[in-house]
Design a protein around this ligand. Structure first.
Ligand SMILES: Cc1ncc(COP(=O)(O)O)c(C=O)c1O
Length: 468
């Protein structure tokens, strides 16, 4: 049926229906669709509606209901007198200290775990890469974006982790979305920890696979789901993290591997917060437990935290990496990581190999922070001597107040409040770095305990005067 340059009113109802079906299933070619009536016009015609009847919020972002909801939340925050805790401007390097406005503060808001961002050797490597290759590779690597630095970085990463090969993507978030989204489909099942990161969840949605979560770190619950459901699906992918980013705890990886092997499924571990952090040499949760790296099918990680760059990777067997390099949409249809980012990550890994003491310092500082906090009676949840230490305040407003009080005392730490976590789980999340010194940590913990006690006491006074 040809629709070229034909007015809707000249169509029979049957023709309109066929066209609508084709437009909806996108069977009308691009060239044809330029000359065919738009989907909107056709809908309006079939429903007997005029295009003027379309509500404004369907095509105007100022009236977008989701935007209005966000605006309301922002307004509520302004009315409550709280300072907006988001998009804080850091004027320099984000390390154990940071400059906000004209003040230098002790800083717990960066994932610069090993102090690699700002390290002169890392910065120099990035500058030299710009001088040689420019600031962008300007194309997908599969087309004409491949540079020697990309291959070197992937070799270095796979050697560090202990796998056959590795693929580097432009972002950590993009790595999870495109890899999970691409590897499994509608006949498959994804089973993930209840605390899994948003990037993995987005990948699950994209894949079209059935998705189920199991209770946090509960490999027995996972085992049970697999016993009941494995046979209904072709492929099953389990997704867990090496260190959980909200709680700083570590899953029992050997148990997950045992379950994975028994049920013949794939296991993916997101090492965003465990690579460079766990194990004597910072090789991650695999080194921490002394497992064979080939027992995990997909080692995912980001370059943005321990490795002072921007990007993400999947390390695994050759077949997996080759398949992803030729077919994963976020790799094939996206530019290669920039020369400076590749060089920075490469330099950071090479430094880490020669300076494992950075990992030891990080562990010691994290352990000290946790021990002191517990002694002060602070609720540090499930944290396990990792550089992610939550201090659970249990009330979003108190959490914001505590973060602001600490800010005044020279400490920068971000609040995590409802709806990111339930109100009773509202917390300050301290990210420790190897560059923090003992004095900074001691001062921070005692000041946190002091300020929290003040907030709780003023709350108690308010409640008791109310009861009186
Ligand atoms: C567990 C986890 N996975 C993936 C990502 C995404 O990494 P990136 O920020 O490097 O894109 C993050 C980010 O914080 C994360 O915490």
């Amino acid at each position: 049926m040809s629709y070229i340059n034909k007015n809707i009113s000249a169509f029979s109802n049957e023709e309109k229906r066929v066209l609508l079906k084709q437009l909806l299933s996108q069977k009308v070619s691009n060239q044809q669709s330029c000359n065919t009536p738009s989907l909107k016009a056709l809908f309006c015609d079939l429903l007997g509606k005029n295009a003027d009847d379309i509500p404004h919020e369907y095509y105007n972002f100022h009236l977008y209901p989701e935007y209005l909801k966000l605006r309301q939340q922002m307004q509520d925050m302004e009315v409550s007198g709280a300072v907006n805790p988001y998009f804080t401007m850091h004027e320099g390097l984000n390390n154990d200290t940071t400059i906000i406005g004209d003040r230098q503060l002790i800083n717990y808001s960066s994932y610069n775990y090993l102090g690699m961002s700002g390290d002169p050797v890392v910065s120099q490597a990035a500058k030299e890469a710009i001088d040689r290759f420019g600031t962008s590779v300007s194309a997908s690597r599969i087309a004409s974006g491949e540079r020697p630095l990309h291959r070197e970085l992937e070799r270095e990463l796979s050697d560090f982790i202990g796998t056959e090969d590795c693929i580097v993507y432009i972002g950590g978030h993009a790595t999870n979305v495109t890899t999970i989204g691409h590897l499994v489909g509608q006949d498959d099942l994804i089973l993930h920890d209840a605390f899994i990161h948003n990037s993995a969840l987005e990948g699950c949605k994209l894949s079209g696979a059935k998705r189920l979560s199991f209770a946090h770190n509960d490999w027995q619950a996972l085992d049970e789901i697999l016993s009941n459901q494995r046979h209904r699906y072709k492929r099953v992918l389990i997704v867990i993290e090496g260190v959980y980013s909200m709680d700083g705890d570590i899953p029992n990886l050997p148990k997950f591997i045992e379950v994975k092997k028994r049920h013949k499924v794939f296991l993916m571990v997101d090492e965003a917060h465990s690579i460079g952090v766990l194990g004597k040499y910072g090789r991650g949760i695999g080194e921490h437990f002394g497992i064979d790296p080939t027992d995990v099918d997909l080692w995912m990680g980001t370059l943005s935290k321990s490795f002072a760059s921007c990007g993400g990777y999947i390390a695994g067997c050759k077949a997996l990496v080759e398949y992803l390099k030729y077919t994963a949409p976020g790799f094939v249809y996206s530019v290669g990581i920039s020369p400076s980012n590749a060089a920075a990550a490469l330099a950071a890994i090479q430094i880490l190999k020669t300076e494992p003491e950075r990992v030891t310092h990080l562990y010691e500082r994290s352990k000290l922070f946790l021990e002191l906090s517990r002694k002060q009676g602070l609720d540090t949840g499930m944290s396990q001597n990792t550089p992610v230490v939550p201090v659970i305040v249990g009330n979003s407003l108190h959490c914001i107040q505590l973060s602001q009080a600490l800010f005044k005392r020279g400490i920068n730490v971000r609040p995590i409040i409802y709806p990111a976590v339930p109100d009773k789980a509202a917390r300050l999340r301290f990210f420790i770095a190897s560059t923090h010194n003992e004095d900074q940590i001691r001062f921070t913990v005692s000041t946190t305990a002091e300020e929290l006690a003040k907030i709780q006491a003023s709350q108690f006074t308010k409640v008791s005067s109310f009861i009186d």
